[in-house]
Design a protein around this ligand. Sequence first.
Ligand SMILES: *Cc1c(COP(=O)(O)O)cnc(C)c1O
Length: 447
Amino acid sequence: MTRALSTVALDAIGDGATPPAGRRRGEDGAELLGTERVAKPRRAAPADAVRPTRAEVNLAHLRHNLRAVQRALGDVDARAQERGPEVWGVLKADAYGHGAPAVARTLERAGMPGMCVALLEEGIELREAGIRAPILVMGGYYGPRDGLEAMLAHDLVPVVYGPQQIEGIAAIVRHHGGVPRTGLLPVSANDDGRVGVHVKIDTGMGRLGVMAEGLGAVLDAIARSPEVRLEGLMTHFACADADELDATRAQLARFDALTHVAQARGLVPRVRHAANSAALLRLPEARLDVVRPGIALFGVAPKGGLDVELRPVMRVRSEIVALRTLAPGESIGYGHTWTATRRSTIATVPMGYADGLSRKLSNVGSALVRGRRAPIAGAVSMDLTMLDVTDVSGAREGDEAVFLGPQDGPLGRDQIGAEEIAELTGTIPWEVLTSVSRRVPRFYREP
Ligand SMILES: *Cc1c(COP(=O)(O)O)cnc(C)c1O
Protein backbone atom coordinates (compact mmCIF):
# COMPACT_ATOMS: atom_id res chain seq x y z
CA MET A 1 0.00 0.00 0.00
CA THR A 2 2.91 2.28 0.62
CA ARG A 3 3.99 1.95 -2.97
CA ALA A 4 0.55 2.91 -4.19
CA LEU A 5 0.95 6.33 -2.59
CA SER A 6 2.83 8.75 -4.72
CA THR A 7 6.34 9.50 -3.66
CA VAL A 8 7.75 12.76 -4.88
CA ALA A 9 11.39 13.58 -4.90
CA LEU A 10 12.77 16.56 -3.06
CA ASP A 11 13.38 18.56 -6.19
CA ALA A 12 9.86 17.99 -7.41
CA ILE A 13 8.49 20.18 -4.65
CA GLY A 14 11.08 22.83 -5.25
CA ASP A 15 13.83 22.45 -2.71
CA GLY A 16 15.45 25.68 -3.78
CA ALA A 17 18.51 23.80 -4.98
CA THR A 18 19.28 26.59 -7.42
CA PRO A 19 20.65 29.66 -5.71
CA PRO A 20 18.89 32.95 -6.42
CA ALA A 21 20.62 34.87 -9.21
CA GLY A 22 23.37 37.17 -8.16
CA ARG A 23 24.42 35.31 -5.04
CA ARG A 24 28.03 34.37 -4.74
CA ARG A 25 29.07 30.79 -4.16
CA GLY A 26 32.34 29.07 -3.50
CA GLU A 27 33.56 26.01 -5.36
CA ASP A 28 31.68 23.62 -3.12
CA GLY A 29 28.47 25.58 -3.34
CA ALA A 30 28.89 27.25 0.05
CA GLU A 31 27.65 30.80 0.04
CA LEU A 32 30.22 33.52 0.44
CA LEU A 33 29.27 36.17 2.96
CA GLY A 34 31.86 38.87 3.10
CA THR A 35 34.94 36.90 3.99
CA GLU A 36 33.05 34.23 5.87
CA ARG A 37 31.76 31.02 4.37
CA VAL A 38 28.56 29.56 5.69
CA ALA A 39 28.60 25.85 4.99
CA LYS A 40 25.51 24.19 3.58
CA PRO A 41 24.31 20.95 5.05
CA ARG A 42 24.76 18.28 2.40
CA ARG A 43 22.45 15.35 2.01
CA ALA A 44 22.05 12.54 -0.48
CA ALA A 45 19.66 13.67 -3.19
CA PRO A 46 16.78 11.33 -4.06
CA ALA A 47 17.89 11.40 -7.68
CA ASP A 48 21.20 9.83 -6.64
CA ALA A 49 19.56 7.04 -4.67
CA VAL A 50 20.60 3.60 -5.88
CA ARG A 51 19.90 1.74 -2.68
CA PRO A 52 16.29 1.11 -1.71
CA THR A 53 17.08 2.68 1.67
CA ARG A 54 15.24 5.94 2.23
CA ALA A 55 13.31 8.07 4.66
CA GLU A 56 9.77 8.88 3.65
CA VAL A 57 8.43 12.10 5.08
CA ASN A 58 4.66 12.32 5.22
CA LEU A 59 3.76 15.98 4.79
CA ALA A 60 0.06 15.34 5.42
CA HIS A 61 0.94 13.97 8.85
CA LEU A 62 3.09 17.03 9.50
CA ARG A 63 0.12 19.30 8.74
CA HIS A 64 -2.10 17.08 10.87
CA ASN A 65 0.28 17.50 13.83
CA LEU A 66 0.34 21.28 13.41
CA ARG A 67 -3.46 21.30 13.51
CA ALA A 68 -3.46 18.95 16.51
CA VAL A 69 -1.19 21.35 18.39
CA GLN A 70 -3.30 24.34 17.36
CA ARG A 71 -6.44 22.52 18.45
CA ALA A 72 -4.86 21.76 21.80
CA LEU A 73 -4.23 25.49 22.11
CA GLY A 74 -7.88 26.05 21.30
CA ASP A 75 -7.28 28.44 18.48
CA VAL A 76 -8.23 26.59 15.35
CA ASP A 77 -11.13 28.79 14.28
CA ALA A 78 -10.58 31.42 16.87
CA ARG A 79 -7.81 33.19 15.01
CA ALA A 80 -10.14 35.96 13.88
CA GLN A 81 -11.59 36.45 17.32
CA GLU A 82 -9.50 36.32 20.43
CA ARG A 83 -6.06 35.21 19.34
CA GLY A 84 -4.55 32.20 21.06
CA PRO A 85 -0.80 31.76 21.24
CA GLU A 86 1.02 31.62 17.92
CA VAL A 87 2.78 28.38 16.98
CA TRP A 88 6.38 28.92 15.91
CA GLY A 89 7.58 25.43 15.04
CA VAL A 90 11.17 24.50 15.86
CA LEU A 91 12.96 23.31 12.71
CA LYS A 92 16.51 23.07 14.01
CA ALA A 93 18.83 20.21 12.98
CA ASP A 94 17.30 19.96 9.51
CA ALA A 95 13.81 19.90 11.01
CA TYR A 96 14.70 17.04 13.34
CA GLY A 97 16.10 15.13 10.37
CA HIS A 98 13.02 15.53 8.16
CA GLY A 99 14.54 18.09 5.79
CA ALA A 100 14.08 21.71 6.84
CA PRO A 101 13.19 23.35 3.50
CA ALA A 102 10.30 21.02 2.68
CA VAL A 103 9.05 20.99 6.27
CA ALA A 104 9.21 24.77 6.51
CA ARG A 105 7.45 25.25 3.20
CA THR A 106 4.67 22.85 4.19
CA LEU A 107 4.11 24.50 7.58
CA GLU A 108 4.29 28.02 6.17
CA ARG A 109 1.64 27.14 3.58
CA ALA A 110 -0.45 25.61 6.36
CA GLY A 111 -0.47 29.02 8.01
CA MET A 112 2.25 28.71 10.63
CA PRO A 113 3.17 32.32 11.39
CA GLY A 114 6.84 31.91 12.37
CA MET A 115 9.57 29.35 12.96
CA CYS A 116 12.69 28.79 15.02
CA VAL A 117 16.08 27.31 14.18
CA ALA A 118 19.23 26.87 16.26
CA LEU A 119 21.92 28.09 13.87
CA LEU A 120 22.53 31.01 11.56
CA GLU A 121 23.20 28.68 8.65
CA GLU A 122 19.91 26.89 9.27
CA GLY A 123 18.11 30.24 9.03
CA ILE A 124 19.91 31.16 5.80
CA GLU A 125 19.04 27.78 4.31
CA LEU A 126 15.34 28.46 4.93
CA ARG A 127 15.48 31.98 3.50
CA GLU A 128 17.16 30.65 0.38
CA ALA A 129 14.45 28.01 0.11
CA GLY A 130 11.99 30.88 -0.18
CA ILE A 131 10.57 30.98 3.36
CA ARG A 132 9.17 34.44 4.12
CA ALA A 133 7.86 33.92 7.65
CA PRO A 134 9.85 35.31 10.58
CA ILE A 135 12.70 32.97 11.53
CA LEU A 136 14.09 33.12 15.04
CA VAL A 137 17.71 31.97 15.42
CA MET A 138 17.77 30.58 18.95
CA GLY A 139 21.39 29.53 19.27
CA GLY A 140 22.46 33.08 19.95
CA TYR A 141 25.89 32.58 18.41
CA TYR A 142 26.56 34.30 15.14
CA GLY A 143 30.31 34.05 15.03
CA PRO A 144 32.40 37.11 14.40
CA ARG A 145 30.78 40.30 13.12
CA ASP A 146 30.20 38.87 9.62
CA GLY A 147 27.75 36.40 11.08
CA LEU A 148 25.58 39.10 12.60
CA GLU A 149 25.70 40.96 9.31
CA ALA A 150 24.51 37.85 7.42
CA MET A 151 21.85 37.41 10.08
CA LEU A 152 20.38 40.86 9.50
CA ALA A 153 20.84 40.71 5.73
CA HIS A 154 18.67 37.60 5.63
CA ASP A 155 16.07 39.19 7.87
CA LEU A 156 16.54 36.54 10.54
CA VAL A 157 15.47 37.42 14.06
CA PRO A 158 18.40 37.31 16.48
CA VAL A 159 18.17 35.89 19.98
CA VAL A 160 20.55 37.86 22.19
CA TYR A 161 21.68 37.62 25.78
CA GLY A 162 24.62 39.99 26.09
CA PRO A 163 25.13 43.76 25.73
CA GLN A 164 27.91 43.22 23.13
CA GLN A 165 25.50 41.46 20.78
CA ILE A 166 23.13 44.42 20.97
CA GLU A 167 25.97 46.89 20.44
CA GLY A 168 27.19 44.77 17.49
CA ILE A 169 23.76 44.90 15.86
CA ALA A 170 23.48 48.66 16.42
CA ALA A 171 26.95 49.20 14.90
CA ILE A 172 26.00 47.27 11.75
CA VAL A 173 22.81 49.28 11.28
CA ARG A 174 24.75 52.55 11.72
CA HIS A 175 27.48 51.37 9.34
CA HIS A 176 24.95 50.57 6.61
CA GLY A 177 22.78 53.58 7.28
CA GLY A 178 19.92 51.13 7.90
CA VAL A 179 19.26 47.43 8.19
CA PRO A 180 21.26 45.55 5.51
CA ARG A 181 19.04 43.56 3.15
CA THR A 182 19.53 40.78 0.63
CA GLY A 183 16.40 41.68 -1.27
CA LEU A 184 15.07 38.16 -0.66
CA LEU A 185 12.22 39.64 1.33
CA PRO A 186 10.23 42.81 0.73
CA VAL A 187 10.61 45.43 3.44
CA SER A 188 7.36 45.18 5.36
CA ALA A 189 5.10 48.16 5.80
CA ASN A 190 5.47 48.21 9.57
CA ASP A 191 9.25 48.01 9.39
CA ASP A 192 10.48 50.86 11.52
CA GLY A 193 14.09 50.51 10.42
CA ARG A 194 15.06 48.98 13.75
CA VAL A 195 16.18 45.43 14.39
CA GLY A 196 13.76 43.49 16.57
CA VAL A 197 15.60 41.16 18.93
CA HIS A 198 14.44 38.48 21.34
CA VAL A 199 16.28 38.48 24.66
CA LYS A 200 16.83 35.03 26.11
CA ILE A 201 16.70 34.77 29.89
CA ASP A 202 18.15 31.84 31.80
CA THR A 203 15.55 30.99 34.43
CA GLY A 204 17.02 27.64 35.42
CA MET A 205 18.19 25.72 32.38
CA GLY A 206 21.77 26.82 33.06
CA ARG A 207 22.68 26.74 29.41
CA LEU A 208 22.19 29.91 27.40
CA GLY A 209 20.61 33.25 28.16
CA VAL A 210 21.21 36.16 30.46
CA MET A 211 21.01 35.40 34.18
CA ALA A 212 18.88 37.59 36.43
CA GLU A 213 21.85 39.65 37.58
CA GLY A 214 22.93 40.44 34.01
CA LEU A 215 19.52 41.47 32.71
CA GLY A 216 19.93 45.13 33.67
CA ALA A 217 22.99 45.53 31.44
CA VAL A 218 21.20 43.94 28.48
CA LEU A 219 18.17 46.18 28.94
CA ASP A 220 20.44 49.23 29.25
CA ALA A 221 22.13 48.34 25.97
CA ILE A 222 18.74 48.14 24.25
CA ALA A 223 17.60 51.41 25.81
CA ARG A 224 20.66 53.25 24.48
CA SER A 225 20.47 51.71 20.99
CA PRO A 226 17.78 53.38 18.88
CA GLU A 227 18.67 50.85 16.15
CA VAL A 228 17.38 47.95 18.27
CA ARG A 229 13.88 47.13 19.50
CA LEU A 230 12.93 44.59 22.19
CA GLU A 231 10.63 42.35 20.18
CA GLY A 232 10.55 39.30 22.41
CA LEU A 233 11.50 37.86 25.78
CA MET A 234 12.09 34.14 25.94
CA THR A 235 13.23 31.37 28.23
CA HIS A 236 13.54 27.60 27.99
CA PHE A 237 12.41 24.90 30.42
CA ALA A 238 14.68 22.16 31.70
CA CYS A 239 12.07 19.73 33.07
CA ALA A 240 8.86 20.21 31.09
CA ASP A 241 8.52 16.47 30.51
CA ALA A 242 9.39 15.41 34.05
CA ASP A 243 6.75 13.74 36.24
CA GLU A 244 6.51 16.82 38.43
CA LEU A 245 6.05 20.29 36.98
CA ASP A 246 7.25 22.21 40.06
CA ALA A 247 10.60 23.10 38.50
CA THR A 248 8.84 24.34 35.37
CA ARG A 249 6.39 26.44 37.39
CA ALA A 250 9.32 27.93 39.31
CA GLN A 251 11.07 28.83 36.04
CA LEU A 252 7.87 30.44 34.78
CA ALA A 253 7.53 32.49 37.97
CA ARG A 254 11.11 33.72 37.57
CA PHE A 255 10.38 34.60 33.95
CA ASP A 256 7.34 36.65 35.02
CA ALA A 257 9.35 38.49 37.63
CA LEU A 258 12.11 39.35 35.15
CA THR A 259 9.53 40.47 32.60
CA HIS A 260 8.39 43.02 35.19
CA VAL A 261 11.96 44.24 35.53
CA ALA A 262 11.95 45.06 31.81
CA GLN A 263 8.50 46.62 31.94
CA ALA A 264 9.53 48.80 34.85
CA ARG A 265 12.15 50.31 32.55
CA GLY A 266 9.56 50.95 29.85
CA LEU A 267 10.73 48.01 27.74
CA VAL A 268 7.64 46.01 26.83
CA PRO A 269 8.25 43.05 24.51
CA ARG A 270 5.67 42.41 21.79
CA VAL A 271 5.78 38.67 22.56
CA ARG A 272 6.93 36.38 25.36
CA HIS A 273 7.58 32.70 24.85
CA ALA A 274 8.83 29.71 26.80
CA ALA A 275 6.96 26.51 25.96
CA ASN A 276 8.40 23.54 24.07
CA SER A 277 6.11 20.65 23.10
CA ALA A 278 5.84 19.21 26.60
CA ALA A 279 5.19 22.54 28.31
CA LEU A 280 2.56 23.69 25.82
CA LEU A 281 0.66 20.42 26.18
CA ARG A 282 1.00 20.09 29.94
CA LEU A 283 1.09 23.56 31.44
CA PRO A 284 -1.42 25.98 29.87
CA GLU A 285 -0.10 28.99 31.82
CA ALA A 286 3.28 28.51 30.11
CA ARG A 287 1.84 29.14 26.65
CA LEU A 288 2.13 32.93 26.78
CA ASP A 289 2.11 34.61 23.33
CA VAL A 290 4.10 32.12 21.26
CA VAL A 291 4.77 28.40 21.70
CA ARG A 292 7.80 26.59 20.27
CA PRO A 293 6.95 22.94 19.59
CA GLY A 294 9.51 20.75 17.89
CA ILE A 295 9.08 17.04 18.57
CA ALA A 296 5.25 17.15 18.68
CA LEU A 297 5.13 18.41 15.08
CA PHE A 298 7.08 15.31 14.08
CA GLY A 299 4.60 13.02 15.79
CA VAL A 300 6.15 12.20 19.14
CA ALA A 301 3.87 12.98 22.09
CA PRO A 302 5.70 14.23 25.15
CA LYS A 303 5.31 12.11 28.26
CA GLY A 304 2.35 13.11 30.38
CA GLY A 305 1.05 15.43 27.69
CA LEU A 306 -2.56 16.09 26.81
CA ASP A 307 -4.28 13.42 24.85
CA VAL A 308 -3.54 14.74 21.37
CA GLU A 309 -3.49 12.43 18.42
CA LEU A 310 -0.10 12.92 16.76
CA ARG A 311 1.07 10.99 13.72
CA PRO A 312 4.67 9.95 13.06
CA VAL A 313 6.00 11.91 10.09
CA MET A 314 9.09 9.90 9.20
CA ARG A 315 9.24 6.34 8.01
CA VAL A 316 12.62 4.73 7.36
CA ARG A 317 12.57 1.76 5.03
CA SER A 318 14.82 -0.39 2.93
CA GLU A 319 14.50 -3.75 1.17
CA ILE A 320 15.87 -7.25 1.51
CA VAL A 321 18.75 -7.59 -0.94
CA ALA A 322 19.96 -11.11 -0.02
CA LEU A 323 18.66 -14.19 1.75
CA ARG A 324 20.47 -17.25 3.06
CA THR A 325 19.62 -20.36 5.02
CA LEU A 326 21.72 -21.26 8.05
CA ALA A 327 22.06 -24.62 9.74
CA PRO A 328 21.91 -24.79 13.55
CA GLY A 329 25.27 -23.71 15.02
CA GLU A 330 26.22 -21.34 12.23
CA SER A 331 27.04 -17.74 13.28
CA ILE A 332 26.77 -14.40 11.48
CA GLY A 333 28.07 -10.83 11.47
CA TYR A 334 31.06 -9.11 13.05
CA GLY A 335 32.13 -10.93 16.19
CA HIS A 336 29.74 -13.78 15.42
CA THR A 337 27.38 -12.45 18.09
CA TRP A 338 24.38 -14.40 16.75
CA THR A 339 24.26 -18.15 16.28
CA ALA A 340 21.42 -20.11 14.74
CA THR A 341 19.68 -22.44 17.20
CA ARG A 342 17.49 -23.89 14.46
CA ARG A 343 17.47 -23.94 10.70
CA SER A 344 17.14 -20.17 10.03
CA THR A 345 16.45 -17.80 7.19
CA ILE A 346 18.54 -14.65 7.36
CA ALA A 347 17.80 -11.54 5.30
CA THR A 348 20.38 -8.85 4.56
CA VAL A 349 19.21 -5.23 4.35
CA PRO A 350 21.38 -2.29 3.17
CA MET A 351 20.90 -0.08 6.22
CA GLY A 352 23.57 0.26 8.88
CA TYR A 353 24.84 2.46 11.66
CA ALA A 354 26.20 4.94 9.16
CA ASP A 355 22.59 5.49 8.13
CA GLY A 356 21.56 6.11 11.72
CA LEU A 357 20.54 2.61 12.75
CA SER A 358 22.13 2.44 16.19
CA ARG A 359 24.63 -0.35 16.74
CA LYS A 360 22.99 -0.76 20.14
CA LEU A 361 20.10 -2.42 18.28
CA SER A 362 22.36 -5.38 17.48
CA ASN A 363 20.50 -8.55 18.59
CA VAL A 364 17.97 -6.28 20.35
CA GLY A 365 15.95 -4.32 17.80
CA SER A 366 13.80 -5.42 14.94
CA ALA A 367 12.43 -4.39 11.57
CA LEU A 368 9.05 -4.98 9.98
CA VAL A 369 8.85 -7.36 7.04
CA ARG A 370 5.52 -8.29 5.45
CA GLY A 371 3.79 -6.56 8.36
CA ARG A 372 5.56 -8.61 10.99
CA ARG A 373 8.51 -8.11 13.31
CA ALA A 374 11.82 -9.69 12.29
CA PRO A 375 14.55 -9.51 14.96
CA ILE A 376 17.90 -7.94 14.09
CA ALA A 377 20.37 -10.85 14.07
CA GLY A 378 24.02 -10.21 14.84
CA ALA A 379 25.86 -6.90 14.92
CA VAL A 380 24.48 -3.95 12.97
CA SER A 381 27.35 -3.06 10.67
CA MET A 382 28.15 0.20 8.94
CA ASP A 383 26.15 -0.39 5.78
CA LEU A 384 24.27 -3.65 6.29
CA THR A 385 22.06 -5.36 8.85
CA MET A 386 20.79 -8.91 9.04
CA LEU A 387 17.27 -9.89 10.06
CA ASP A 388 16.05 -13.25 11.24
CA VAL A 389 13.06 -13.81 8.96
CA THR A 390 12.61 -17.49 9.81
CA ASP A 391 9.13 -16.75 11.19
CA VAL A 392 8.15 -14.36 8.42
CA SER A 393 6.61 -16.77 6.00
CA GLY A 394 7.16 -15.98 2.36
CA ALA A 395 9.95 -13.44 2.97
CA ARG A 396 11.90 -12.90 -0.22
CA GLU A 397 14.34 -10.59 -1.93
CA GLY A 398 12.84 -7.17 -2.63
CA ASP A 399 10.51 -7.27 0.40
CA GLU A 400 10.34 -4.00 2.27
CA ALA A 401 12.03 -3.77 5.68
CA VAL A 402 10.86 -0.90 7.92
CA PHE A 403 13.12 0.26 10.73
CA LEU A 404 11.03 3.24 11.83
CA GLY A 405 7.33 3.82 11.33
CA PRO A 406 4.36 1.68 10.30
CA GLN A 407 4.03 -1.17 7.83
CA ASP A 408 0.98 -2.93 6.45
CA GLY A 409 1.73 -6.34 4.99
CA PRO A 410 0.22 -9.71 4.15
CA LEU A 411 1.03 -10.97 7.65
CA GLY A 412 -0.37 -7.99 9.56
CA ARG A 413 0.17 -4.42 10.53
CA ASP A 414 2.67 -3.10 13.03
CA GLN A 415 4.81 -0.08 13.73
CA ILE A 416 8.09 0.85 15.31
CA GLY A 417 8.08 4.24 17.02
CA ALA A 418 10.99 6.55 17.75
CA GLU A 419 10.04 6.11 21.42
CA GLU A 420 10.56 2.33 21.19
CA ILE A 421 13.97 2.67 19.55
CA ALA A 422 14.96 5.30 22.11
CA GLU A 423 13.98 2.94 24.93
CA LEU A 424 16.05 0.10 23.45
CA THR A 425 19.12 2.23 22.83
CA GLY A 426 19.11 4.28 26.03
CA THR A 427 18.35 7.62 24.44
CA ILE A 428 15.42 9.91 23.63
CA PRO A 429 13.22 10.13 20.51
CA TRP A 430 14.85 13.47 19.56
CA GLU A 431 18.18 11.71 19.09
CA VAL A 432 16.60 8.83 17.17
CA LEU A 433 15.06 11.21 14.62
CA THR A 434 18.11 13.44 14.24
CA SER A 435 20.36 10.39 13.83
CA VAL A 436 18.95 9.34 10.47
CA SER A 437 22.03 10.30 8.55
CA ARG A 438 22.41 12.47 5.50
CA ARG A 439 23.32 9.35 3.52
CA VAL A 440 19.63 8.43 3.58
CA PRO A 441 17.70 10.38 0.95
CA ARG A 442 14.45 11.96 2.08
CA PHE A 443 11.39 11.40 -0.08
CA TYR A 444 8.34 13.54 0.46
CA ARG A 445 4.92 11.92 0.31
CA GLU A 446 1.75 13.81 -0.39
CA PRO A 447 -0.93 11.12 -0.07
C1 LIG B 1 14.59 22.38 20.76
C2 LIG B 1 13.96 23.52 21.40
C3 LIG B 1 12.55 23.64 21.46
C4 LIG B 1 11.61 22.53 20.99
O1 LIG B 1 11.61 21.48 21.91
P1 LIG B 1 10.69 20.16 21.74
O2 LIG B 1 10.85 19.47 23.02
O3 LIG B 1 11.26 19.40 20.59
O4 LIG B 1 9.31 20.63 21.49
C5 LIG B 1 12.01 24.79 21.97
N1 LIG B 1 12.83 25.80 22.43
C6 LIG B 1 14.17 25.71 22.42
C7 LIG B 1 14.99 26.82 22.93
C8 LIG B 1 14.78 24.57 21.92
O5 LIG B 1 16.12 24.47 21.92
